[in-house]
Structure formats: C-alpha cells, structure tokens
Design a protein around this ligand. Structure first.
Ligand SMILES: Cc1cc2nc3c(=O)[nH]c(=O)nc-3n(C[C@H](O)[C@H](O)[C@H](O)COP(=O)(O)OP(=O)(O)OC[C@H]3O[C@@H](n4cnc5c(N)ncnc54)[C@H](O)[C@@H]3O)c2cc1C
Ligand code: SF4
Ligand code: SF4
Ligand code: SF4
Length: 378
C-alpha cells in the first residue's frame, strides 16, 4: 500500500501545535501552492493555512521542515553520516589573515575569509549571510561584494540603533530560508550559505528533492549551535535583573563553553548556558544537531583559543575550499611546535564537540518524550 503524503495539516499538528516550530519560514516560502496563497506566517510568526482549499497536498512543507525527520536516512546515506557527530575529514583551529576581518569577526574569521576566497575566485557570485541591521537584529541578505561579506562578520552589536526599534522583540535567530527562495528570481548562479544546523538541514532536504532554487547553493558553511534566543520586553527585564546587566551595554555576544558577553568599557562576563535557558527559543530544546552535521564545513568557537575558529571539514567540496583558501593565504592554521601537544589539543577540541552534541541530543530526546506525554511548549 502506498504511504499517504503528509501535508501542512500534519505539519501543523506535529510541529506547530507541539510548540517546536523554529519559525524558519521554510514551509511558507517553499509551499508549492505559493501563488495560490495556501500558507502564510501568522500570529507569533508560526505558519498557518490562509485557505486550506488551495493546498495541493504535495507534502513539500512537511518534508523540508527541519523539525520533521523525513529524508533523514537519505541524508545520512548521502553524507556518509556516522555517530556521534557525522562524517568529517579533518578538525582544525584556524584564523583569518585579513586584518579588517580579524577586527570584527566572532572567533577566528574563518567563515568570512572562506566566503571572500570563494567570491574572489569566482566560485560563487553571492553568499547568503546575516547582515547586522540593529543592535540585536540581523537580516538575511545575498552579499555580492567583499564589503558586504565583511559587514556581516562577527557577533558585535552596532551602537547606532536601539532595542526599541524591534518593537520590543529581541532575537538572535535570522530566518534565511526566504532569502534562499528569492534566488529563484535572481540571475545569480553559484551561492554559498552560512546557516545554523536547522537551516542547513532544510536546504539539504530541498537539494535531496531537487526543489528549485536549492540547486544554486554550491557551498554550505554550518555554524555550531547550542540554541538561539528570542525574548520580549518582560523577559529582557527579568534577564537584566538576574544577570545584573544592561542589554543596551552589550557590544559582543559569543557562545563557546558558556555565554561570553562583552560590554562597553572592555568588561567581559561568562554566563553558564543554563542561566539563560528561559530566553532560548522553545524549538531549540527539541533540536538534535549541534555541530551542523550536513554542512560542507562546520565552524564554531568551542574548543579553540580566543581568536581562532574550530573548523570541521566534512565533505570533499569543503576540503577543496578549505585547502585552497589555506594555500592562497586567506586563512592560517594554528600550529604548535610540539606535534604531540598539537595532537592533544585537537583531541580535546573533538571531545568537546562530541560532548556538546551528546548533551544536545539528550536534551532533545527528553523534550520530545515530554511532548509525547502531552506536555506542550512555547
Ligand atoms: C545563533 C548562533 C549560535 C551559535 N552557537 C554556537 C555554539 O553554541 N557554540 C559554538 O562553538 N559556536 C556557536 N556559534 C558559532 C560562532 O559564534 C561563530 O559564528 C563561528 O565560530 C564562526 O566564527 P568566525 O569568526 O569564523 O565567523 P565570522 O567570520 O565572524 O562570520 C560569522 C558569520 O555568521 C553569520 N551569522 C551571524 N549571525 C547569524 C545568525 N543568527 N544566523 C545565521 N548566520 C549568522 C554571519 O553572516 C557571518 O557570515 C553560533 C553562531 C550563531 C550565529
Ligand atoms: S500545497 Fe504542499 S507545500 Fe503547500 S501547504 Fe499544501 S502540502 Fe504544504
Ligand atoms: S520549523 Fe520552519 S518549516 Fe517547520 S513548521 Fe516552522 S516555519 Fe515551517
Ligand atoms: S538550536 Fe540552533 S539549529 Fe537548533 S533549532 Fe535552534 S537555532 Fe536551529
């Protein structure tokens, strides 16, 4: 008997109503009844039917949603996934050689430098990055020049705009999938994308299904991600009180072993991740992927000293980009004179990634089992 196609009705029941919708907008952007207006992002930025009669029951929304497990086996096979963190060829600590990038990047500036290399060599004609548009806000754009790529680097906050500009809503999550959709109407051909694990997962699913324009995405740089944050004025006040800080004074935010918050006047504090769980997005607690298991190259700060990006080179394509960017001097690897010390450092780096990945998978299993028991989140 043929398996019944799951549609938005099922997505709504299994993801939206359970409170694990990540608000990525993928289902709405890629709905095959797009012109018929079957779906829209509704209240609280979660998707809903505008008119169910317009639904073609194609199942695309269900399949590409990063919170469903469709195509997982196909992806695992395609990318040679193996436990505990997926396939990879090499792990390293690296940094940019570009002094402008070094000044503003989050960790070692590897992401920005790899994109600059790809653009300079005409291997891409654009990159989907998250441009800073306010102190806390970011917007996904297709960067077409080195300047635009560099502008998106880092996790520093611009001092020129204030929290109020966001209408009392603060988030560290940038929905990039509608920008992927917009490539359909552009003349661009070869694109790189920087994204969180959920975003890269949705793109990989689209590529598996041959959904246009996912074929234009030639390179994926995946960020490690323990969680993202989203909160309102009330939560902001609570957080400020709890941590005894003023969010307006933050100049840089980073996550490694813990939360690293840098303020004006050069003060930096480390906050345990558990202390900020109440402002994490509910969907993140049901998310299983920390190290961006299907990206060409995965990056984070975890395990590297300050000023370096921990880099997991996963696919052949990722290896060719990384090796060439290294050879042409866009990035440099951290080298320790003592080979044994260097090997030990890499082993520790990998152990941290594995530990965070396991923690995240266990947290997701717990959350999903709570949900199976009828508890709703969000
Ligand atoms: C929301 C979020 C959570 C993260 N969580 C962890 C973590 O738990 N542990 C860890 O080790 N590392 C985490 N990282 C990754 C880390 O902060 C650095 O982005 C990574 O190490 C690359 O550093 P870099 O200096 O090479 O990047 P840079 O050269 O500074 O470039 C950063 C790139 O990230 C993109 N970007 C910034 N914000 C977003 C966003 N919200 N969504 C999509 N793209 C974005 C920018 O467009 C830019 O291209 C997280 C990153 C983000 C954005
Ligand atoms: S038309 Fe397809 S993609 Fe759109 S809501 Fe219906 S099942 Fe989902
Ligand atoms: S996570 Fe994204 S694709 Fe899934 S239901 Fe929410 S908005 Fe749609
Ligand atoms: S934890 Fe990160 S990858 Fe997972 S849903 Fe949240 S933002 Fe996406």
């Amino acid at each position: 008997m043929e398996e019944e196609i799951k549609t938005f009705k099922d997505l709504n029941k299994e993801v939206v109503e359970r409170g694990i919708c990540g608000k990525c907008g993928g289902c709405v952007s890629f709905c095959s009844a797009g012109e018929l207006n079957a779906l829209e992002m509704g209240k609280n930025e979660v998707p809903r039917y505008i008119n169910e009669d317009n639904c073609l029951k194609c199942g695309i929304c269900y399949i590409i949603c990063p919170q469903t497990d469709t195509l997982n086996l196909e992806l695992q096979e395609k990318f040679g996934w193996k436990p505990p963190i997926g396939d990879y060829q090499k792990i390293t600590s690296a940094q940019t050689t570009n002094k402008d990038v070094k000044e503003i990047c989050t960790d070692g500036g590897v992401v920005t430098s790899l994109l600059l290399y790809l653009l300079d060599r005409n291997l891409i004609n654009g990159a989907i990055v998250s441009k800073k548009i306010g102190r806390f806000a970011r917007k996904a754009i297709v960067a077409r020049t080195p300047e635009e790529i560099i502008e998106a680097a880092g996790s520093t906050f611009s001092g020129s705009l204030h929290l109020e500009e966001l209408g009392g809503k603060y988030t560290t999550y940038t929905p990039i999938l509608s920008t992927v959709k917009s490539l359909e109407k552009s003349y661009l051909r070869d694109i790189a994308v920087v994204g969180t694990p959920c975003q890269i997962n949705a793109i990989r699913k689209m590529q598996c299904l041959g959904i246009i324009p996912a074929h234009l995405i030639k390179y994926t740089v995946g960020l490690f991600c323990i969680e993202n944050f989203s909160f309102d004025d009330v939560a902001k006040e609570k957080l400020e009180k709890k941590l005894d800080i003023n969010l307006e004074d933050i100049v840089k935010l980073n996550i490694k072993d813990d939360f690293i918050i840098s303020f004006t006047k050069g003060v930096t504090i480390h906050v345990p991740l558990g202390e900020v769980h109440e402002v994490a997005r509910p969907a993140c607690f049901a998310c299983q992927d920390f190290s961006n298991e299907y990206a060409d190259i995965s990056v984070g700060g975890l395990g590297s000293p300050d000023g370096y990006t921990t880099t997991l080179i996963r696919t052949e394509l990722g290896a060719s980009v990384y090796d060439e960017a290294l050879r042409k001097g866009y990035i440099q690897e951290r080298t320790l004179e003592d080979a044994e010390e260097s090997r030990l450092e890499k082993t520790k780096m990998l152990a941290k990634i594995v530990s965070f990945s396991r923690r995240k998978k266990m947290r997701a299993e717990k959350r999903l089992s709570e949900l199976a028991g009828g508890e709703a989140i969000g």
